[in-house]
Design a protein. Structure first.
Length: 269
């Protein structure tokens, strides 16, 4: 706690309250590093830095059980706003909108859209030396989505994410390990663990190639398989402050969506 007190000593009382709240509670969902990665990095914006990330995803998932073919098509649009309170401390607000359609043997049994649970997060980079950095990213989710329609948990969730980043010339590696306390009204598992690894290669000044692999606990209490994925994509920097991204995520087992197509825009101010 002495370390935390030193970190926030130069901030206002409001900033201190935000940090303390964020360190008590923790990350509710998968965190995003440079889009389209699902793995976060230890970098921060710097004091006064401001960033907006806009993203869109489309996914499909097909299962065949006892002769019944079920297909789920989902899409989401998200906006994440980040601000650098200190050189090594950011706060982030995530606002998602989702749509899902489920069909059984061609008949639509579910077709809904709406706002999902809003997230508030904080990223604290507590170590950095010789291209290696470590950070903690805590946060909370608020039950703003309609859990009866599948767009939220119905309760506030919390957890914790550890981040490690290693830069080696034009190549960067990012490792995440996290826990989520999935309080919910939908009979999902409450203890969710996850881990993932990502790599970024700068091919030329405006172009980066990315790869990502990960796994987390299945929220379905009846499921014996945990979802795992592989993701590949690219980031193209239009300017030093504007990035475009494209990605493709493939499920490595039937617990994960079969195909997910990702696109987005990141703007720094």
């Amino acid at each position: 706690m002495a370390v935390l007190s030193q970190i926030v000593s130069s901030s206002s009382k409001m900033m201190k309250a935000v940090l303390i709240l964020a360190m008590i509670v923790a990350l509710p969902a998968a965190a995003f590093a440079a889009r389209p990665l699902l793995t976060d990095d230890a970098g921060t914006l710097g004091k006064g830095g401001f960033q907006v990330e806009l993203g869109f995803e489309m996914s499909d998932h097909r299962t065949d059980e006892d002769g019944v073919v079920t297909r789920e098509d989902a899409s989401s649009a998200s906006a994440t706003v980040s601000y650098g309170i200190l050189d090594n401390l950011d706060v982030l607000l995530g606002m998602p909108y989702e749509k899902t359609k489920i069909r059984e043997d061609g008949d639509t049994i579910h077709n809904e859209d709406g706002i999902a649970d809003i997230t508030l997060e904080a990223k604290w980079r507590f170590f950095e030396k010789d291209g290696f950095a470590m950070a903690l990213k805590p946060g909370v989710s608020f039950p703003t989505g309609n859990h009866n329609k599948g767009f939220g948990t119905g309760r506030m969730t919390y957890g914790a994410l550890f981040i490690a980043t290693q830069d080696i010339g034009p190549v960067s590696f990012h490792l995440n390990a996290g826990y989520k306390r999935n309080e919910n009204k939908t009979d999902e598992r409450k203890d969710i663990w996850g881990g993932d690894l990502a790599g970024v290669v700068t091919v030329a000044k405006p172009l980066k190639l990315v790869a990502n692999v990960g796994m987390k606990t299945n929220t379905d209490r009846t499921a014996a398989t945990d979802p795992a994925f592989f993701l590949g994509g690219l980031i193209y920097s239009i300017t030093d402050k504007i990035d475009l991204d494209l990605g493709y995520k493939r499920g490595l087992n039937k617990a994960e969506a079969d195909n997910t197509y990702i696109g987005g825009l990141t703007i720094k101010f």
